[in-house]
Ligand binder design. Structure first.
Ligand SMILES: NC(=O)c1ccc[n+]([C@@H]2O[C@H](COP(=O)([O-])OP(=O)(O)OC[C@H]3O[C@@H](n4cnc5c(N)ncnc54)[C@H](OP(=O)(O)O)[C@@H]3O)[C@@H](O)[C@H]2O)c1
Length: 284
């Protein structure tokens, strides 16, 4: 699917890291880009940089704290109102939180931001994506999913919280979601895939300085640049060679087998049903 003038790409967490690089790449290809960002000032700065670097001014900023479900819903409604056609939805925003935080919905914030937000945003935009087929949904997961399990008896980790436990669960949820979404979209012309971008030197983990800053400092020379990290996302969102490919987990532009837990179809439907109950998408 070639992205060109008139195409529309929605990118969450587009003000920094790999989301910003991907947004700039889509803009460079001539697409209209919707940047969904949490912070107006940071979002504005990134938007100006992207417009200047690409010469494309068809870039719009939408502000939302995606860990809050009302804000996800409102953003989806705004996108639907303004863009009747969407070619690419890139679910990229993500974070790791320490200490444990609870959103106004009562959800553990990592689970809410990393899993429930892409779940709800995608379902709220599903009718537009279907009407725009062929279109693509790319969800940024992580190889950290291999260390995770879905704690069905304690999804919000009230009993035993650690940032990495929450992160790994949420990233496993990303892979389960991307696969289950693909199954439900079968035959629609809309594809859904998950990606691991590699270990990338971004702002990721900056809200957990003591925990991750050391790791990042020590490992910085082994980390990828955001440009390298964004490569597989952009490839999956735009390349003709992966037209129609769906339900996959990709690393370095290659289809990879995710963990056994990520291939558990029963867990995928159970998580789907619980996510529906928690987020109540308008069409469900
Ligand atoms: N970096 C890695 O090594 C690595 C490895 C595997 C997977 N990933 C995944 O890659 C994705 C992008 O991360 P990155 O490495 O590019 O890190 P990043 O530079 O920190 O980017 C994360 C983006 O998500 C946004 N975000 C955070 N909390 C948000 C909220 N509540 N509402 C809306 N937006 C929010 C951030 O906005 P602010 O700037 O306002 O915080 C930022 O734009 C994440 O899903 C991450 O899990 C990263």
């Amino acid at each position: 699917m070639s992205i060109e003038e008139g195409s529309t790409c929605v990118v969450t967490g587009a003000n920094s890291g790999i989301g910003k690089v991907a947004a700039a790449e889509f803009a460079r290809m001539g697409a209209r880009v919707v940047m969904v960002c949490r912070n107006r000032e940071k979002g504005r700065t990134a938007l100006v940089e992207i417009c200047q670097a690409t010469g494309n001014t068809q870039v719009e900023l939408m502000i939302a704290d995606l860990s809050e479900m009302e804000q996800v819903r409102a953003t989806a409604a705004r996108i639907r109102d303004r863009y009747p056609h969407i070619d690419v939805l890139l679910n990229n925003a993500g974070a790791i939180h320490r200490p444990r935080q609870v959103t106004s919905d009562g959800f553990e914030r990592t689970f809410a931001l990393n899993h429930l937000a892409p779940f709800l945003l995608t379902l709220e935009l599903e009718p537009v994506l279907r009407a725009s087929a062929p279109s693509r949904i790319v969800t940024v997961a992580s190889d950290a999913h291999r260390r995770g399990r879905i704690h069905f008896d304690d999804l919000h980790l009230e009993r035993k919280y650690s940032p990495l436990r929450a992160y790994a669960q949420s990233k496993l949820a990303n892979v389960l979601f991307a696969r289950e979404m693909a199954r439900r979209l079968e035959g629609s012309g809309v594809t859904s895939n998950a990606v691991h971008p590699g270990a990338v030197a971004t702002g990721f983990g900056r809200n957990n300085r003591d925990l991750l800053a050391w790791l990042v400092r020590v490992g910085a020379r082994f980390l990828r640049t955001p440009e390298e990290g964004a490569r597989t996302l952009v490839w999956l969102a735009t390349e003709d060679s992966v037209e129609g490919a769906t339900g996959g987990y990709y690393v370095d532009e290659k289809l990879r087998k995710p963990s056994k837990a990520a291939l558990d179809d029963e867990a995928a439907t159970r998580l789907w049903d619980l996510s529906l109950e928690m987020t109540r998408p308008s069409a469900s």
